[in-house]
Design a protein around this ligand. Structure first.
Ligand SMILES: [Zn+2]
Length: 192
């Protein structure tokens, strides 16, 4: 029995919103946010004006909602953002925000079910907003048997080499803080 089949038996059509995402894709998201082409948000989800922010403030604002290229767990093929296709009307646009997964939201029942059952299938939530610098993401699940070796392989020097060679906006700021960013956003994860 796998996780999807167990979910189906419980009435959920477990569907990935996002799964594998490569370095280039994450780089283009990062650069669009850094340059202000894509909006930046504060912790409450209010839009910020990138042109009013220093490079360090932009980096902090991006990392609130997006991963540094090379540091996304979605690069590994082990992590998924999940929702229940049975819980939404046709044409509904999934946001992946806290309200959807809290009481009253369409995915509240799924979130509760996953909290109890995902671990039996090797899946866990790395982002609970506790140890990890990433905000709480109740939709993000990781397959531990493959994700843990990937996490251990992604040392600060591997990340440094990937970023040094990339056309990353804000590179100087990022490389100057790389040890700290690595420890907050890669090494620190929330086990159940
Ligand atoms: Zn995710």
């Amino acid at each position: 029995m796998n996780l999807r089949r167990a979910a189906l038996a419980a009435g959920f059509d477990l569907t990935p919103v996002s799964s594998f995402r490569d370095f280039e894709r994450q780089l283009s998201i990062w650069n669009a946010k850094f340059s202000g082409e894509r909006p930046l948000y504060d912790a409450e989800g209010r839009a910020l004006d990138a042109s009013q922010l220093s490079p360090g403030e932009r980096v902090a604002a991006i990392l609130r909602w997006s991963a540094l290229p090379g540091a996304s767990r979605h690069h590994w093929g082990t992590d998924l953002d999940l929702m229940d296709a049975n819980a939404i009307p046709p044409g509904y646009r999934v946001q992946l925000n806290a309200a959807e997964f809290e009481a009253g939201g369409p995915f509240a029942r799924l979130a509760e079910w996953l909290e109890t059952h995902a671990v039996r299938f090797g899946f866990f939530r790395p982002f609970r907003g506790v140890l990890s610098g990433v905000q709480a993401e109740p939709w993000h699940y990781s397959f531990a048997p493959l994700a843990e070796p990937a996490r251990r392989s992604l040392t600060p020097s591997v990340l440094q080499d990937a970023l040094a060679a990339a056309p990353l906006l804000g590179k100087e700021t990022v490389l100057g803080r790389l040890e700290e960013l690595h420890s907050r956003y890669v090494a620190a994860i929330d086990w159940p």
